[in-house]
Write a protein that binds this ligand. Structure first.
Ligand SMILES: O=C[C@H](O)COP(=O)(O)O
Length: 256
Protein backbone atom coordinates (compact mmCIF):
# COMPACT_ATOMS: atom_id res chain seq x y z
CA UNK A 1 0.00 0.00 0.00
CA UNK A 2 1.66 3.18 -1.01
CA UNK A 3 -0.08 6.47 -0.67
CA UNK A 4 1.75 7.29 2.51
CA UNK A 5 2.59 10.85 1.66
CA UNK A 6 -1.04 11.57 0.83
CA UNK A 7 -1.39 11.00 4.55
CA UNK A 8 0.08 13.87 6.54
CA UNK A 9 2.63 12.74 9.11
CA UNK A 10 1.47 13.04 12.70
CA UNK A 11 4.28 13.48 15.22
CA UNK A 12 2.71 12.88 18.61
CA UNK A 13 4.37 13.20 22.01
CA UNK A 14 3.04 11.06 24.85
CA UNK A 15 4.48 12.65 27.96
CA UNK A 16 3.05 9.89 30.16
CA UNK A 17 3.21 10.73 33.92
CA UNK A 18 5.97 13.31 33.58
CA UNK A 19 6.13 17.03 34.19
CA UNK A 20 5.26 19.54 36.85
CA UNK A 21 3.56 22.77 35.87
CA UNK A 22 6.58 24.85 34.93
CA UNK A 23 8.40 21.96 33.19
CA UNK A 24 5.35 21.25 31.07
CA UNK A 25 4.72 24.86 30.14
CA UNK A 26 8.39 25.36 29.22
CA UNK A 27 8.40 22.21 27.08
CA UNK A 28 5.16 23.15 25.34
CA UNK A 29 6.46 26.64 24.61
CA UNK A 30 9.66 25.22 23.14
CA UNK A 31 7.66 22.86 20.91
CA UNK A 32 5.37 25.71 19.88
CA UNK A 33 8.40 27.86 19.03
CA UNK A 34 9.55 25.15 16.61
CA UNK A 35 6.19 24.60 14.96
CA UNK A 36 6.22 27.36 12.35
CA UNK A 37 6.15 26.22 8.75
CA UNK A 38 5.95 22.51 9.57
CA UNK A 39 4.60 20.06 7.05
CA UNK A 40 4.06 17.39 9.70
CA UNK A 41 1.27 17.81 12.22
CA UNK A 42 2.47 18.16 15.82
CA UNK A 43 0.60 16.88 18.85
CA UNK A 44 1.50 16.84 22.54
CA UNK A 45 -0.33 14.69 25.09
CA UNK A 46 0.59 15.92 28.59
CA UNK A 47 -0.71 14.57 31.90
CA UNK A 48 -4.29 15.71 32.52
CA UNK A 49 -3.12 18.16 35.19
CA UNK A 50 -1.19 20.13 32.57
CA UNK A 51 -3.67 20.23 29.70
CA UNK A 52 -5.17 23.64 30.37
CA UNK A 53 -1.91 25.53 31.03
CA UNK A 54 -0.38 23.89 28.00
CA UNK A 55 -3.28 24.80 25.73
CA UNK A 56 -2.83 28.36 26.97
CA UNK A 57 0.97 28.27 26.53
CA UNK A 58 0.68 27.00 22.96
CA UNK A 59 -1.79 29.74 22.11
CA UNK A 60 -2.26 30.03 18.36
CA UNK A 61 0.75 27.88 17.38
CA UNK A 62 0.17 24.82 15.22
CA UNK A 63 0.50 22.22 17.96
CA UNK A 64 -2.52 20.11 18.86
CA UNK A 65 -3.09 18.89 22.42
CA UNK A 66 -4.47 15.53 23.48
CA UNK A 67 -5.31 13.49 26.55
CA UNK A 68 -3.70 10.18 27.48
CA UNK A 69 -6.95 8.40 28.35
CA UNK A 70 -10.64 9.09 28.88
CA UNK A 71 -13.69 7.36 30.31
CA UNK A 72 -16.39 5.81 28.13
CA UNK A 73 -19.11 7.74 29.94
CA UNK A 74 -19.50 11.46 29.59
CA UNK A 75 -20.13 12.20 33.28
CA UNK A 76 -21.12 10.47 36.47
CA UNK A 77 -19.85 8.72 39.59
CA UNK A 78 -16.42 7.65 38.32
CA UNK A 79 -13.93 8.92 40.88
CA UNK A 80 -10.61 9.90 39.38
CA UNK A 81 -11.72 9.59 35.76
CA UNK A 82 -11.91 12.17 33.01
CA UNK A 83 -14.55 12.22 30.30
CA UNK A 84 -13.96 12.90 26.62
CA UNK A 85 -16.13 15.99 26.81
CA UNK A 86 -13.92 17.34 29.59
CA UNK A 87 -10.88 16.89 27.35
CA UNK A 88 -12.67 18.61 24.49
CA UNK A 89 -13.74 21.42 26.80
CA UNK A 90 -10.09 22.12 27.71
CA UNK A 91 -9.06 22.37 24.06
CA UNK A 92 -7.97 18.83 23.26
CA UNK A 93 -8.40 17.47 19.76
CA UNK A 94 -7.05 13.96 20.41
CA UNK A 95 -6.99 11.25 23.04
CA UNK A 96 -4.66 8.24 23.29
CA UNK A 97 -6.58 5.05 24.10
CA UNK A 98 -5.56 1.50 24.91
CA UNK A 99 -1.90 2.24 25.44
CA UNK A 100 -0.15 -0.95 26.55
CA UNK A 101 0.57 0.68 29.92
CA UNK A 102 -3.18 1.21 30.42
CA UNK A 103 -3.88 -2.32 29.27
CA UNK A 104 -1.21 -3.76 31.59
CA UNK A 105 -1.57 -1.60 34.71
CA UNK A 106 -5.29 -0.85 34.58
CA UNK A 107 -6.51 -4.07 33.00
CA UNK A 108 -8.14 -2.33 30.06
CA UNK A 109 -9.79 -4.75 27.68
CA UNK A 110 -10.34 -4.35 23.96
CA UNK A 111 -14.06 -3.84 24.62
CA UNK A 112 -13.34 -1.03 27.06
CA UNK A 113 -10.96 0.64 24.62
CA UNK A 114 -13.62 0.45 21.92
CA UNK A 115 -16.25 1.99 24.21
CA UNK A 116 -13.83 4.78 25.05
CA UNK A 117 -13.10 5.37 21.37
CA UNK A 118 -16.81 5.60 20.59
CA UNK A 119 -17.24 8.10 23.42
CA UNK A 120 -14.25 10.07 22.15
CA UNK A 121 -15.76 10.20 18.68
CA UNK A 122 -19.08 11.37 20.09
CA UNK A 123 -17.25 14.19 21.86
CA UNK A 124 -15.49 15.24 18.66
CA UNK A 125 -12.05 13.88 19.58
CA UNK A 126 -9.72 11.90 17.35
CA UNK A 127 -8.99 8.57 19.05
CA UNK A 128 -5.42 7.28 18.84
CA UNK A 129 -5.97 3.56 19.42
CA UNK A 130 -2.85 1.64 20.45
CA UNK A 131 -2.07 -1.96 19.60
CA UNK A 132 1.08 -4.02 19.97
CA UNK A 133 2.49 -7.40 20.85
CA UNK A 134 4.70 -8.47 23.73
CA UNK A 135 8.11 -9.95 23.15
CA UNK A 136 6.81 -13.43 24.01
CA UNK A 137 4.03 -13.06 21.46
CA UNK A 138 6.50 -11.95 18.79
CA UNK A 139 8.82 -14.85 19.61
CA UNK A 140 5.86 -17.21 19.26
CA UNK A 141 5.05 -15.76 15.81
CA UNK A 142 1.74 -14.45 17.13
CA UNK A 143 2.29 -10.78 16.29
CA UNK A 144 -0.17 -10.42 13.44
CA UNK A 145 -2.85 -12.50 15.16
CA UNK A 146 -2.51 -10.41 18.31
CA UNK A 147 -2.76 -7.19 16.30
CA UNK A 148 -5.84 -8.41 14.39
CA UNK A 149 -7.57 -9.40 17.62
CA UNK A 150 -6.81 -6.03 19.21
CA UNK A 151 -8.03 -4.14 16.16
CA UNK A 152 -11.21 -6.20 15.89
CA UNK A 153 -12.00 -5.64 19.55
CA UNK A 154 -10.82 -2.06 20.03
CA UNK A 155 -11.73 -0.14 16.88
CA UNK A 156 -15.26 1.20 16.39
CA UNK A 157 -16.96 0.20 13.12
CA UNK A 158 -17.45 3.90 12.40
CA UNK A 159 -13.72 4.65 12.43
CA UNK A 160 -12.61 6.99 9.65
CA UNK A 161 -9.37 8.82 8.84
CA UNK A 162 -10.94 11.91 10.39
CA UNK A 163 -11.71 10.42 13.79
CA UNK A 164 -9.20 7.60 14.25
CA UNK A 165 -5.45 7.06 14.25
CA UNK A 166 -3.87 3.68 14.99
CA UNK A 167 -0.58 3.47 16.89
CA UNK A 168 1.48 0.32 16.54
CA UNK A 169 3.63 0.04 19.65
CA UNK A 170 5.49 -3.23 20.13
CA UNK A 171 5.57 -3.59 23.91
CA UNK A 172 9.17 -4.81 23.82
CA UNK A 173 10.27 -1.55 22.20
CA UNK A 174 8.59 0.87 24.60
CA UNK A 175 11.09 2.72 26.75
CA UNK A 176 13.70 0.02 26.19
CA UNK A 177 15.93 1.66 23.60
CA UNK A 178 15.11 -1.29 21.31
CA UNK A 179 13.32 -0.19 18.18
CA UNK A 180 11.49 -2.28 15.62
CA UNK A 181 13.44 -2.41 12.40
CA UNK A 182 11.86 -0.42 9.59
CA UNK A 183 10.92 -3.74 7.96
CA UNK A 184 9.30 -5.08 11.13
CA UNK A 185 7.33 -1.86 11.51
CA UNK A 186 6.25 -1.81 7.87
CA UNK A 187 5.13 -5.45 7.99
CA UNK A 188 2.82 -4.76 10.91
CA UNK A 189 1.61 -1.41 9.54
CA UNK A 190 0.79 -3.04 6.21
CA UNK A 191 -1.10 -5.74 8.10
CA UNK A 192 -3.02 -3.13 10.09
CA UNK A 193 -4.06 -1.32 6.93
CA UNK A 194 -4.93 -4.51 5.06
CA UNK A 195 -6.89 -5.85 8.03
CA UNK A 196 -8.65 -2.52 8.51
CA UNK A 197 -9.60 -2.29 4.85
CA UNK A 198 -10.97 -5.84 4.87
CA UNK A 199 -12.82 -5.46 8.15
CA UNK A 200 -13.97 -1.85 8.25
CA UNK A 201 -13.99 -0.77 4.60
CA UNK A 202 -11.42 0.01 1.93
CA UNK A 203 -12.53 3.60 1.40
CA UNK A 204 -12.03 4.46 5.04
CA UNK A 205 -8.82 2.66 5.78
CA UNK A 206 -6.60 3.78 2.97
CA UNK A 207 -6.46 7.17 4.64
CA UNK A 208 -6.20 6.12 8.29
CA UNK A 209 -2.88 7.20 9.76
CA UNK A 210 -0.83 4.48 11.43
CA UNK A 211 1.85 5.69 13.85
CA UNK A 212 4.86 3.75 15.07
CA UNK A 213 5.79 3.97 18.76
CA UNK A 214 8.69 2.42 20.62
CA UNK A 215 12.02 4.15 21.24
CA UNK A 216 11.63 6.46 18.24
CA UNK A 217 14.34 9.12 18.28
CA UNK A 218 15.79 11.67 15.84
CA UNK A 219 18.47 9.15 14.85
CA UNK A 220 16.07 6.38 13.79
CA UNK A 221 12.97 8.37 12.83
CA UNK A 222 13.95 8.92 9.21
CA UNK A 223 14.23 5.25 8.31
CA UNK A 224 11.02 4.35 10.15
CA UNK A 225 9.05 7.21 8.61
CA UNK A 226 10.37 6.29 5.15
CA UNK A 227 8.23 3.16 5.22
CA UNK A 228 5.11 3.56 3.08
CA UNK A 229 2.61 2.72 5.81
CA UNK A 230 4.33 4.52 8.69
CA UNK A 231 2.44 7.80 8.95
CA UNK A 232 4.08 9.27 12.01
CA UNK A 233 5.24 8.48 15.50
CA UNK A 234 3.85 8.16 19.01
CA UNK A 235 6.86 9.19 21.00
CA UNK A 236 7.44 8.76 24.71
CA UNK A 237 10.88 9.50 26.12
CA UNK A 238 12.10 11.61 23.21
CA UNK A 239 9.01 13.82 23.42
CA UNK A 240 10.20 15.15 26.79
CA UNK A 241 13.03 17.06 25.15
CA UNK A 242 11.92 19.70 22.66
CA UNK A 243 15.04 19.32 20.52
CA UNK A 244 14.54 15.57 20.17
CA UNK A 245 10.83 15.88 19.49
CA UNK A 246 11.39 18.59 16.90
CA UNK A 247 14.27 16.56 15.45
CA UNK A 248 11.79 13.76 14.74
CA UNK A 249 9.45 16.32 13.19
CA UNK A 250 12.36 17.51 11.03
CA UNK A 251 12.83 13.95 9.78
CA UNK A 252 9.14 13.78 8.91
CA UNK A 253 9.21 17.15 7.15
CA UNK A 254 12.15 16.09 5.02
CA UNK A 255 10.08 13.18 3.69
CA UNK A 256 7.02 15.22 2.70
O1 LIG B 1 3.40 6.23 23.72
C1 LIG B 1 4.60 6.16 23.51
C2 LIG B 1 5.29 4.90 23.55
O2 LIG B 1 4.94 4.13 24.66
C3 LIG B 1 6.74 4.94 23.24
O3 LIG B 1 7.51 5.31 24.34
P1 LIG B 1 9.10 5.48 24.14
O4 LIG B 1 9.28 6.40 22.97
O5 LIG B 1 9.59 6.04 25.42
O6 LIG B 1 9.63 4.11 23.84
Amino acid sequence: MTMARDRRFLIAGNWKMNGLLQDGVDLAKAVAAGSDGRKAELLVCPPATLIKPIVDAIGGAAVAVGGQDCHYEDSGAFTGDISPTMLKDLGCGYVILGHSERRAYHGESDAEVKAKAEAAHDAGLVAIICVGETEAQRDANETLTVISTQLYGSVPEAATPDNTVIAYEPVWAIGTGRTATPEQAQDVHDHIRTYGMATFGPDNWDGVRILYGGSMKPGNAGELLSQPDVDGGLIGGASLKADDFLGIADAADSLM
